[in-house]
Design a protein around this ligand. Structure first.
Ligand code: FAD
Ligand code: MLT
Ligand code: ZN
Length: 474
């Protein structure tokens, strides 16, 4: 049966696009190992379709024999959602060959791309046409728009443009039955029933396979300025955010917070990046101001904001990037925290959201609880404060064995942090998703009625449980 399926898949996609362990020269680990190196699954095959018809035919062939499918884009997901389990019986459906820009509609401010288009290439295609595609994240050089939609990715521009969901107008999707839903609408208004697009977005490959999407474009800003500020406390960072909203309005396109220990790891592992101000302050903030008028208007507004922040004690020091190279350098420091933390060793990652107003109390209280439970624990805190989204990460004590630390503390730490998140009215996943990693935690923290509706939707759309089983829902 397995051999018959593999033969069929080769017929559909071409032999070169069906990779198996049978060929000793083929290394499947890039598709089987998750980005954080937490899990290495084993696939029956990695299948690389070239168009939507091939995706539909692959799904039909798999459905006929009950073989489950794990959709995969750039495999940069952080919650073990895009790699196969260890059974050796699943196929990985790698979407990266489907990477074309199908159309740009300048008057409608939309771009239609295939799911495997790398985010950075999508941004470049938009820019070449004179527009901005604002989704931006550290993995943009390898993540795909299909994966961004699958996870409803956030990133660093959400404070102004929203997450991937807000940027999407239409989808083309292959269902679990191998039918194609032609939903590539460029419409901003359509009230003809249930919102299937938003059901698919953030479903992490469990409800359908996204093959193409129509995404929103925006005018390129006339000027973009970046500042780095030292702030005396998390409460001050929240006050600075309020001031930035008031002074910059929709010009505020980025507001990131970075804790001292997180920046010390960048300084330790990438000293060439020259992290500013980190030694003198517990927190730094990265702000971006995008202006539709001019560079001088932006600079005037931005400098006035920072002066007011210094006067009111929300910041103790600040630098404004003089040019694009300097601005890129500051953003590069921020984006390097993830890698610096990975280089430091195994760690427990959290991707939580809390109402912005409650973040200072959450951090103070939860830091104290963790310090009591895990002596010597090191907190790698950073994230998208403008969206109330913190990466509240826990690194093993200095010199501790990472594996032993995880064995002893991971579940305890997760429970402690998630209980606190619940108490503060937050979510245990702001942007990375549930994947396999939080699947057993979700029932404890999600409203039971919501969870029951999610199960009913899954059962209705994928009754055979073929699409990414064991992810999002156990
Ligand atoms: P994959 O990892 O391949 O897959 C992710 C999920 O989407 C899986 O469940 C998979 O089954 C599903 N999927 C993939 N393609 C499809 C498809 N075509 N149809 C249906 N389902 C599909 N995330 C953020 O939100 N914000 C950040 O700021 C951020 N920064 C990051 C920085 C670094 C350095 C790294 C490594 C990751 C970061 N991430 C961030 C996480 C990750 O990049 C995002 O989750 C991204 O959206 C995943 O895209 P991908 O193409 O790599 O998807
Ligand atoms: C980020 O904001 O850099 C990411 O979401 C990645 C991470 O959490 O490490
Ligand atoms: Zn993030």
């Amino acid at each position: 049966m397995t051999q018959h399926l593999l033969d069929q898949l080769r017929q559909i996609c071409g032999a070169a696009n069906v990779l198996t362990h049978d060929d000793p020269a083929t290394d499947l680990s890039p598709w089987e190992q998750d980005w954080r190196k937490r899990v290495c699954g084993r696939a029956l095959a990695v299948v690389r379709p070239g168009d939507t018809a091939q995706v539909a035919a692959v799904v039909k062939a798999c459905a006929a024999v009950g073989t489950s499918i794990v959709p995969q884009g750039g495999n940069t997901g952080l919650v073990v959602g895009g790699v196969p389990n260890g059974s050796g019986s699943q196929i990985v459906l790698s979407m990266t060959r489907m990477n074309a820009v199908r159309a740009i509609d300048p008057a409608n401010l939309t771009i239609t791309v295939e799911a495997g288009c790398v985010l950075q290439n999508l941004q470049a295609a938009a820019e070449q046409a004179g527009f901005l595609f604002p989704l931006s994240l550290g993995a943009e050089g390898s993540c795909t728009i299909g994966g961004n939609l699958g996870t409803n990715a956030g990133g660093t521009q959400v404070v102004r443009y929203g997450n991937t969901r807000e940027l999407c107008l239409g989808l083309e999707v292959v269902t679990a039955q191998g039918e194609v839903w032609h939903g590539l609408s460029g419409l901003r208004k359509d009230n003809t029933g249930y919102d299937l697009r938003n059901l698919m977005i953030g479903s992490e490959g469990t409800l359908g396979i996204i093959t193409a999407a129509t995404m929103k474009l925006y005018p390129l800003p006339a000027a973009q300025l970046t500042a780095w500020a030292a702030v005396p406390s998390m409460a001050a960072a929240v006050q600075l955010l309020g001031l930035a909203h008031k002074r910059l309005g929709p010009g505020l396109t980025g507001f990131e917070v970075m804790g001292q220990f997180a920046l010390s790891l960048v300084d330790k592992h990438y000293p060439q990046l020259r992290v500013p101000l980190w030694q003198e302050t517990p927190w730094c903030v990265l702000l971006e101001n995008s202006d539709s008028e001019s560079e001088s208007h932006a600079r005037e507004q931005f400098e006035a904001l920072l002066e007011a922040a210094l006067e009111q004690g929300y910041a103790s020091d600040a630098v404004v990037a003089e040019n694009l190279t300097q601005a890129k350098g500051l953003w590069h420091i921020r984006e390097s925290i993830t890698l610096a933390q990975a280089t430091e060793g195994l760690n427990i990652k959290h991707d939580i959201s809390i109402p912005v107003s409650r973040i200072p109390d959450f951090v103070a209280e939860t830091d104290a609880l963790l310090a009591r439970e895990v002596p010597g624990v090191r907190m790698v805190d950073f994230g998208h404060l403008g969206d109330g989204n913190l990466h509240y990460n826990v690194q093993a004590p200095e010199g501790a064995d990472g594996k032993a630390f995880l064995r002893e503390f991971e579940d305890k730490v997760n429970t402690l942090v998630f209980d606190q998140v619940k108490r503060f009215g937050g979510s245990i996943s702001a942007e990375h998703g549930v994947g396999e990693q939080k699947v057993h935690k979700l029932p404890h923290y999600k409203d039971p009625t919501a969870l029951a509706m999610m199960r009913a939707v899954k059962q209705a759309l994928d009754p055979q449980n073929l699409l990414n089983p064991g992810r999002v829902l156990a």
